[in-house]
Design a protein around this ligand. Structure first.
Ligand SMILES: *[C@@H]1O[C@H](CO)[C@@H](O)[C@H](O)[C@H]1NC(C)=O
Ligand SMILES: *[C@@H]1O[C@H](CO)[C@@H](O)[C@H](O)[C@H]1NC(C)=O
Ligand SMILES: *[C@@H]1O[C@H](CO)[C@@H](O)[C@H](O)[C@H]1NC(C)=O
Length: 491
């Protein structure tokens, strides 16, 4: 596990416990080809010996040409290794095969500073709908800001992923947190426990403690007003049995820290809200670009973007998205639950859409730097939103082409980023961030898609208005209760 990078201001390491000993990773060294190499070197020596006997008279045949021969042979050898192995390291002491999860400690320790890395980028193309069977490694990126309270939920969702954890590199970017927020510290602590296989126990205990501390039913009052199906779904999602490899460590965890300077404070409200949205989206685009450019390694085949505040999502989501291998970028549908008095549920992510004539028309009337954002009266786009195409009983494998995508859960082939597509932190075709990403990917010839009937659920946090309504309903219920009691007493 790589630990912590701090950009800009110096950060004290946010942990007190000793670091968990470095886990053996796929990068550990191993000379599988040592014997073969020796054989070849032996053959070279013999050939050279015979050669020099025959050419005795011509002993000027110099060291240069034999060195050339050796070079050619080594090169051929390296090519043949490269053909069946995607990543190896040449060190002064030998060839390390990074594809084998075995180690040669001595070699690793001696090789510091002498490595020459070789990658054949013709691999890692993400061209198989069953990437797991091909050992495709995924970079899972999560941007975080003031996320401390949501981290237990986020980690439970990560552990719930059934794509082999040993093929997932986790990369977090913590940015622009408020004073007193402990996102970085908590994230670090949980990551260490995650890699140690002890996080689930820890989270369960922490939750028990919280329950004991909490006054009975104060915070979860709203659950009384949620649909029963939802409450049951929630119950099942967060209790055993979990899948067999739930607590298995991930391939690696990287935590990055970088502030971008929040131009807009939390709770900003202004009549130029639409403009503020554009600025906000560009900032978010910038942080996503930092994260992926810092964390993307040559051996990643896929990049999966995930927001921290997903409440429930099928554990097989990565495999399910990967099935649609004809698409280079793909998103599921994102909804959120609501109290019954507000209609049970609601589309959450309106940034996944199919472009419309009306919106193109609108864009042509806007300034070059204007950003169209969905859901504002100023911008009637009349687009078909992925969220609204959903049928609860629809075929989860149905996939449609999209132009813009939301950022809650994006599976993209790593080559999309390698080719230069990014989350525009400027106005690109009148869009920014994830919607601009969708547009840019399309522009570069990649295929962008969405699954209208495959739904993941965003957390619902009651707004102040919702809490007021809940309070009203509670009082009404109590009055009713008192009345019926009185009635029964007087009868
Ligand atoms: C890692 O796990 C072991 C037992 O599984 C435990 O003894 C140890 O304290 C854990 N380390 C940390 C840092 O939690
Ligand atoms: C758990 O992991 C092992 C090896 O890491 C694998 O063979 C097995 O199929 C996994 N189990 C499930 C249910 O995915
Ligand atoms: C975990 O995965 C299972 C199986 O897909 C799913 O039913 C459950 O809701 C998931 N849990 C969470 C917290 O998303």
């Amino acid at each position: 596990m790589r630990i912590l990078r701090s950009h800009g201001k110096k950060t004290d390491l946010p942990f007190s416990q000793p670091l968990y000993p470095k886990k053996k990773s796929g990068l550990s060294s191993y000379i599988r080809y040592k014997n073969e190499l020796y054989k070849i070197l032996g053959v070279i020596v013999v050939i050279f010996f015979i050669y020099s006997i025959f050419k005795k008279s011509n002993s000027e045949i110099d060291a240069r040409s034999s060195a050339q021969e050796l070079d050619d042979l080594l090169e051929a050898k390296l090519h043949s290794i490269a053909d069946d192995h995607r990543h190896y390291t040449v060190t002064k002491d030998g060839v390390i095969d990074n594809n084998e999860d075995s180690s040669n400690k001595e070699l690793e320790e001696n090789s510091l500073g002498y490595d020459v890395e070789f990658y054949d980028l013709n691999y890692y193309q993400a061209d198989d709908s069953n990437g797991e069977a091909k050992d495709d490694v995924i970079l899972l990126c999560i941007p975080l800001r003031d996320a401390e309270p949501i981290l237990p939920l986020m980690f439970r969702n990560l552990m719930n992923l059934t794509y082999s954890h040993s093929l997932i590199d986790l990369a977090f970017l913590v940015s622009d947190c408020s004073d007193g927020d402990q996102t970085l510290q908590t994230l670090f602590e949980y990551s260490v426990l995650l890699q140690n296989g002890t996080l689930l126990d820890f989270l369960d205990k922490e939750e028990e403690l919280k329950k004991l501390e909490k006054r009975q039913g104060s915070k979860d009052l709203y659950l009384k007003y949620m649909e029963e199906a939802y409450v049951n779904r929630l119950k099942n999602a967060f209790q055993p049995p979990y899948h067999q490899n739930y607590t298995k460590p991930f391939r690696s965890v990287e935590i990055y820290n970088k502030d971008f300077g929040q131009v807009i404070g939390q709770g900003f409200s202004d009549r130029h809200d639409v403009k503020v949205q554009g600025i906000r989206r560009k900032l978010m685009g910038r942080s996503r670009n930092w994260l992926v450019s810092a964390a993307l390694k040559p051996y990643h085949s896929w990049v999966y973007w995930r927001d921290a505040d997903i409440e429930t999502s099928p554990g097989e989501i990565i495999q399910d998205l990967m099935k649609h291998v004809d698409f280079d970028v793909i998103v599921p549908n994102v909804w959120r639950p609501l109290p019954t008095f507000l209609g049970n549920e609601q589309p959450y992510d309106l940034n996944s859409w199919i472009e419309s004539e009306a919106a193109l028309q609108l864009a042509s009337t806007l300034g070059e730097d204007d950003v169209i954002v969905e859901g504002y009266a100023e911008y009637p786009t009349w687009r078909a939103h992925l969220a609204y195409i959903r049928e609860p009983e629809g075929n989860i494998n149905e996939c449609i082409d999209l132009d813009g995508v939301g950022g809650v859960s994006i599976l993209a082939k790593a080559k999309v980023f390698r080719s230069g597509v990014n989350f525009p932190a400027f106005t690109f075709m009148n869009h920014a961030e994830t919607e601009g990403f969708g547009k840019m990917a399309r522009k570069m010839g990649f295929r962008v898609g969405g699954l209208p009937h495959y739904t993941i659920w965003h957390v619902y946090e009651p707004s102040d208005d919702d809490l007021k309504s809940i309070g009203k309903l509670e009082r009404k219920n109590r009055r009713l209760l008192r009345r019926t009691k009185k009635k029964t007493i007087s009868e």
